[in-house]
Design a protein around this ligand. Structure first.
Ligand code: GLU
Length: 298
């Protein structure tokens, strides 16, 4: 009975991440950018009434929605160099939210914004909102607001396949770890791993280069991101250890735009089937089922 219950238990995000790791080991195309087909044709809403949202007013007068994203994170937010098309879990969430506001895929402008520039891009109005592995934190909440969370993952480690010295975060003393400027993982390393050296770049793909050319011993960021890189180069890279923080991804919106934040929260809450389709067609390609996290940032 107990066994039966265990088997039926809902998998946590961490378990899913491990399943993705297995799929990465198996050389699956996993998060490799691959197909840019949408998870679902999202219903483009008509006559959306969203009173009291300055952001929605701006979107309406522009006739399009500008969404801040990542472009170098396969499986999450990835721009195909050849076609210019964006794909991944975050991109699908972005398409879904845009459609809910009344804007189809042809009315979305994606703007790639690196981790350190997200708050300023939202504050300056360079983007209407931001969807790109953006952890909800109290510090960021002083500058922007968040809807969500719409996904939960945790900080992990990517090393060269040949590396036998680093098997978890416990092995980082004396090592050089690379992460993105302004990210929660680099802040965690600086604050809690005093014997670890850091090197940082604007983006994680630059860190992956630094890892491959020996400038860094490991790349650290959310496991969901690292698994995408490992899946692209399974013979060269591997994810090690278990997630050692909790990262809750939110949709970053301009501070004070409560109407828009609540609108997104309502869509996420009432759209569980859509969320599941998006997950299954992107991060969940390994076949592992994960449930949508509860939206608690009302
Ligand atoms: N989720 C973490 C953060 O928001 C790391 C990933 C990223 O930099 O986008 O800082």
């Amino acid at each position: 009975m107990a066994l039966f219950r265990t088997k039926k238990a809902v998998l946590t995000a961490a378990t899913a991440v491990m399943a993705l790791a297995l799929s990465a080991c198996g050389g699956s195309s996993g998060g490799g950018g691959g197909s840019s087909a949408s998870a679902a044709p999202y219903q483009v809403a008509t006559n959306v009434s969203l009173t009291g949202s300055p952001t929605f007013d701006k979107i309406k007068s522009a006739g399009k929605v500008t969404i801040g994203v990542k472009q170098d994170q396969p499986g999450l937010g990835f721009k195909d160099a050849a076609t210019g098309e964006y794909s991944g879990f975050d991109i699908e969430i972005a398409k879904w939210m845009a459609a809910s506001l009344g804007y189809g895929a042809d009315k979305i402008d994606y703007k790639a914004i690196p981790s350190a520039n997200r708050e300023s891009a939202i504050q300056n109005g360079d983007v209407n909102f931001y969807i790109g592995t953006y952890s909800i934190t109290d510090k960021r909440k002083q500058l922007v607001d968040f809807a969500g969370p719409y996904f939960v993952t945790g900080q992990g480690l990517l090393v060269k396949k040949s590396n036998t010295a680093i098997n978890s975060e416990k092995d980082l003393a004396g090592k050089t770890v690379c992460s993105a400027t302004g990210s929660t993982p680099i802040q965690n390393i600086k604050a809690n791993f005093p014997q670890t050296k850091t090197t940082e770049f604007d983006t994680y793909s630059q860190c992956v280069e630094a890892l491959k050319n020996g400038q860094a011993d490991a790349v650290t960021t959310d496991q969901a991101i690292l698994l995408g890189y490992a899946a692209q180069e399974p013979d060269a890279l591997k994810v090690v250890g278990q997630p050692f923080t909790t990262e809750k991804y939110g949709i970053g919106v301009p501070k004070g735009d409560t109407a828009l934040r609540k609108f997104f929260n309502d869509k996420l809450t009432s759209g569980k089937d859509t969320w599941q389709k998006i997950y299954d067609s992107t991060l969940g390609k390994s076949g592992t089922k994960v449930e949508q996290p509860a939206v608690d940032n009302y």
